[in-house]
Design a protein around this ligand. Structure first.
Ligand SMILES: NC(=O)c1ccc[n+]([C@@H]2O[C@H](COP(=O)([O-])OP(=O)(O)OC[C@H]3O[C@@H](n4cnc5c(N)ncnc54)[C@H](OP(=O)(O)O)[C@@H]3O)[C@@H](O)[C@H]2O)c1
Length: 253
């Protein structure tokens, strides 16, 4: 995946932090933001992966090891990111986990982990970054962005096994809507992205059937689109799904 963008770019001078940047959608997002000229902080637990990705992106990227379930560690790391970059204009809350099983078969630890990462993690990171986003919005760019990766399962529960995963993503949607109401007047745009199936480590054991599954770069493109709108234009919610491949349809065109 090429990440090297031209000097400048639509996000030149923008300081971005991406959680869950060691793989999948987060990695693609960090690369896409950097390709548009942003300086990017990559946050996750697996430092070896983070450092390789940051080195591949170049000097505009820095790796930070943090577990988003640890509120104190998140507070310290976000403060360090803001100090290193001189502020935070764009936060992408992407770190997440998903395990699907019927409630009758479920492992309670897996349920707790999903709530800890997908909900508490988003709360920890958002809370730590908020003052920096509000301060950045008062600067030259005149706007800041908080983007959270929810899921199509945050809109509608797709199947019984989505129980707790969908519950965490619904909760994130409600939290972000309240944040939007609070922060809009302070020029912080708050938006969620709700992808359907995306080919990443999280879905490596899934059978997509006739779906032409989304790529991580498709979600990254959507994030870049959201954060490059004019200041007046906030995208609050973006539902994106893979296209169902209908056999024979393309042959009839
Ligand atoms: N793939 C899909 O079909 C799909 C669809 C809709 C929404 N999403 C959402 O997209 C987001 C990214 O998922 P993905 O598909 O790109 O999966 P992925 O490749 O497995 O990426 C998950 C990322 O989250 C990080 N992470 C997990 N637990 C963490 C923790 N405790 N602290 C810090 N970072 C943590 C992982 O990094 P470390 O392990 O290095 O910490 C990794 O970078 C998730 O929020 C997911 O719910 C995915």
């Amino acid at each position: 995946m090429s990440t090297k963008g031209p000097e400048g770019g639509r996000l030149a001078g923008v300081r971005a932090a991406v959680t869950g940047a060691s793989s999948g959608i987060g990695e693609a997002t960090a690369r896409a933001l950097a390709a548009e000229g942003a300086r990017v902080a990559l946050l996750a637990r697996r430092t070896d992966l983070l450092e390789d990705i940051a080195a591949d992106i170049g000097p505009s990227a820095t790796a930070y090891q943090v577990d988003v379930t640890d509120a104190a560690a998140v507070r310290d790391t976000v403060a360090q990111v803001a100090e290193d970059l001189g502020g935070i204009d764009v936060l992408v809350n992407n770190a997440g986990v998903g395990s699907m099983s019927l409630a009758a078969d479920a492992d309670l630890d897996e349920w707790h982990t999903m709530v800890d990462v997908n909900l508490h993690g988003v709360l920890h990171v958002s809370h730590a970054a908020l003052p920096h986003l509000v301060a950045a919005a008062r600067g030259e760019r005149g706007i800041a962005d908080l983007v959270t990766i929810s899921s199509a399962s945050g809109r509608r529960v797709p199947k019984a096994t989505s129980n707790v995963y969908a519950a965490t993503k619904h909760a994130v949607g409600a939290f972000c809507e309240a944040l939007r109401l609070e922060l809009g007047p302070q020029q912080v745009r708050v938006g969620i992205i709700e992808p359907g199936f995306v080919v990443t480590d999280m879905t490596s054991d899934r059978d997509f059937g006739e779906l032409e599954a989304l790529e991580a770069s498709d979600v990254a493109d959507s994030i870049v689109f959201m954060v490059t709108r004019p200041r007046r234009h906030g995208i609050n919610e973006m539902l994106m799904r893979a296209v169902l491949v209908v056999p024979g349809l393309s042959a009839r065109r």
